[in-house]
Design a protein around this ligand. Structure first.
Ligand SMILES: NC(=O)c1ccc[n+]([C@@H]2O[C@H](COP(=O)([O-])OP(=O)(O)OC[C@H]3O[C@@H](n4cnc5c(N)ncnc54)[C@H](O)[C@@H]3O)[C@@H](O)[C@H]2O)c1
Length: 368
């Protein structure tokens, strides 16, 4: 037993990562920095990324074939950071092989695929978790504490958005094909804001969605960015939305507004969650130009009968490191049945209802 193991009393876990784009690289860094984990295997299509991250972190197993990795690398846990349509088949195979799985957001390209993942986790009796790294932000953690203290009272309205000025990822790759991504801005970055807003509101159920989607940039080849390492397939049409808006009904009569864009005529990227409660309101905001980014957390309430504005102290951002640490904690808790991906499935069902509403032009009931 090593000093790290003796100190923590934790069993060492053997970890692998599938996918080495930006997302996979965050998982690699998180496992490599954890003294109670051995990062023993990587899988990706790009030989140069296997070599680069394999060498950088002394990872012995490097596989072009992820199935071979699952079969041979004797893993306890695996992170899946591949194109979204591969999450369900990869997670299911890994769970069936007895591994615990942390997959990237969005959970899957459809709620049906996400349901099959939860069913696989339940059958296998293993942990299935989804990396919602943005809810590990310092301002989100602080605001969650404010909400839990009861200062805001009952929250009956919220609005949230992530608007990019020019940030369509992987134009002409899996990102902009419906079958492989499941959707555009709402699926990719709107899901983070939906997750954060519902997390901050205390996990109410979304009962109905009325949404619309638009594609005014992508089809013209405008709004692209350098995000994504996957190969461009020439001639791939732009099939997904680059802007989406949604009006969501919340259990108990509340509402949540969501807006999101990959590209829009705005001065700079903007992200926010605003909560409206019976006894107080609160907002987190971040964005701004790269030369002058901003981040704010404000709470408005009453102190001693007077209107008051509070600015809680914000701790460090947890990012992927904390999302991975939370996953490992669930694995070590051995209360595996409690962590089968059901919460993330609820996000997938809301997104499904939003896309159905956008297609039909009518409000759609969310299956819960
Ligand atoms: N949490 C976040 O903040 C965040 C940020 C970016 C992306 N993501 C999510 O992470 C996932 C990947 O996104 P990305 O931007 O890293 O994508 P990317 O296209 O840049 O990289 C995809 C990676 O998957 C690998 N891959 C594809 N098919 C494979 C196969 N059959 N076997 C093994 N590896 C395979 C590719 O080789 C590549 O390394 C997506 O679901 C995306 O939504 C999350």
């Amino acid at each position: 037993m090593t000093a790290a193991e003796q100190g923590s009393g934790q069993r060492r876990l053997r970890a692998g990562v599938i996918g080495l784009g930006w997302a996979g690289q965050q998982h690699v860094a998180a496992y490599a920095a954890d003294p109670t984990v051995d990062l023993v295997a990587l899988s990706a299509m790009e030989e140069h990324l296997l070599t680069r991250f394999g060498d950088e972190h002394d990872v012995p197993g490097r596989y072009r074939d992820w199935k071979q990795m699952i079969a041979e690398a004797d893993l306890d846990v695996v992170s899946i950071a591949t194109p979204t349509f591969l999450h369900a088949p990869m997670a299911t195979a890994a769970l069936e092989a007895g591994l615990h799985v942390l997959t990237e957001k969005p959970m899957a390209e459809t709620a049906e695929a996400a349901e099959s993942m939860v069913a696989a986790a339940d059958r296998a009796g293993r942990v299935l978790d989804v990396a919602f790294n943005h809810r590990q932000r310092g301002d989100v953690t602080a605001l969650r504490q404010v909400v839990e203290s009861g200062v805001l009272g009952k929250i009956y309205y919220a609005k949230t958005g992530w608007l990019r000025r020019q940030g369509i990822p992987g134009m002409g790759t899996w990102f902009t094909k419906t079958a492989s991504s499941g959707g555009g801005a709402m699926m990719d970055i709107g899901v983070h804001m939906l997750d954060m807003a519902l997390h901050l509101m205390g996990e109410p159920e979304v009962t109905a969605a009325s949404a619309s989607t638009h594609a005014e940039f992508g089809p013209l080849g405008r709004g692209g960015s350098g995000f994504g390492v996957s190969q461009v397939e020439e001639g791939t049409p732009f099939e997904v939305e680059d802007l989406a808006t949604a009006f969501l009904r919340i259990d108990g009569g509340g509402t949540l507004l969501l807006e999101t864009s990959w590209a829009q005529w705005i001065p700079y990227d903007q992200c926010y969650v605003t909560l409206y409660g019976a006894d107080g309101g609160a907002s987190i905001e971040w964005g701004g130009p790269p030369s002058d980014p901003y981040q704010r957390l404000n709470v408005w309430t009453e102190v001693a009968g007077m209107p008051a504005e509070l600015q809680p102290v914000v701790g460090e951002d947890g990012r992927h490191a904390r999302a991975v640490a939370n996953f490992l904690q669930k694995v070590r808790s051995e209360d595996w049945a409690a962590h089968d991906g059901s919460l993330a499935l609820r996000r997938a069902r809301v997104l499904d209802a939003c896309y159905a509403s956008a297609r039909t032009g009518a409000e759609v009931t969310v299956e819960n």
